[in-house]
Design a protein around this ligand. Structure first.
Ligand SMILES: NC(=O)c1ccc[n+]([C@@H]2O[C@H](COP(=O)([O-])OP(=O)(O)OC[C@H]3O[C@@H](n4cnc5c(N)ncnc54)[C@H](O)[C@@H]3O)[C@@H](O)[C@H]2O)c1
Length: 255
């Protein structure tokens, strides 16, 4: 119960890693505001949290909409009276050869994956600074902040941005004992990647991971819960890659 009595905001909580985080946080004793654009999925996640004896309220909200950041933080405080943890996890993936990526696609992936976590973190931090309380921010970056593949430059740029804003915010907020970290998942089985199952993506993900399997939402949520806990109070500005050893070896091992 390392999150006993804590209040968390979890974005992208209707599916995949966000749902895994909501369930893990509930098991560790936290209540949560769950945010997503998928209302049906949010209700399913909230029901799973309720089964564990914890409270979850839901907010159907596009994280990239104007004023979303203030609305999300205000709603958590209205629902629970306090805020301890922000999990910036909502995200989208995009493909496309570099020169074919339209500006509107670039705008959207940067808005959802980078600007929204940045703005929601600002809103949460303003609350913590104003109330002289301590908070923890955990964002979802990706192994693509470190290692890239073709046809995903916009996505990689957004996730590299998450890794870097995490460092900058950690420096500014550190003197106030507010920690800012990220997790960087490898190939993980979620709503985002379900369509790739049975393709080369799945085979590569297994073969190129030292642990010879894909990740699960639980694998990522375990790291999020640790970074959100008091046990991680001396860790800040870090991106922890939860990827089964996917990035530690080159693609082709010499004989
Ligand atoms: N699955 C992987 O292999 C993998 C690897 C690295 C990083 N990630 C990152 O993990 C995070 C979670 O993704 P996932 O794999 O669980 O995918 P997912 O599609 O299962 O979950 C993402 C959730 O975010 C929500 N969402 C999307 N856009 C939104 C918006 N504008 N406002 C509010 N909610 C929105 C979706 O409705 C969905 O419920 C993302 O940031 C993703 O980039 C995933």
């Amino acid at each position: 119960m390392r999150l006993q009595g804590k209040i968390a905001i979890i974005t992208g909580a209707a599916d995949g890693i966000g749902r895994g985080a909501a369930i893990k946080f509930a098991k560790e004793g936290a209540d949560s505001l769950l945010v997503d654009i998928n209302e049906a999925g949010l209700k399913e996640t909230a029901a799973a949290v309720a089964k564990l004896g914890r409270k979850a309220t839901i907010l159907v909200q596009d994280v990239a909409a104007p004023d979303a950041a203030e609305r999300i933080v205000k709603r958590a405080i209205a629902d629970f009276g306090r805020l301890d943890i922000l999990v910036n996890n909502a995200g989208i993936s995009t493909g496309g050869f570099f020169t074919d990526i339209p500006p509107e696609t670039l705008d959207r992936v940067i808005a959802v994956n980078l600007i929204a976590p940045f703005l929601i973190s600002q809103a949460a931090a303003r609350h913590w600074l104003a109330t002289k309380t301590v908070g923890r921010i955990v964002s979802t970056s990706s192994i693509n902040a470190e290692t890239v593949q073709g046809n995903s430059t916009a996505y990689c740029a957004s996730k590299g941005g998450v890794r870097t804003f995490t460092r900058g915010a950690a420096v500014d907020l550190g003197p106030h004992q507010i920690t800012v970290n990220a997790v960087g998942p490898g190939h993980t089985i979620t709503g985002m990647t379900r369509k790739h199952m049975g393709t080369q993506w799945e085979l590569d993900g297994i073969e190129r991971a030292a642990l010879k399997r894909l990740g699960t939402p639980e694998d990522i949520a375990n790291a999020m819960a640790f970074l959100a806990s008091d046990e991680a109070s001396y860790i800040t500005g870090q991106t922890i890659y939860v990827e089964g050893g996917r990035t530690i070896q080159p693609p082709i091992t010499p004989p």
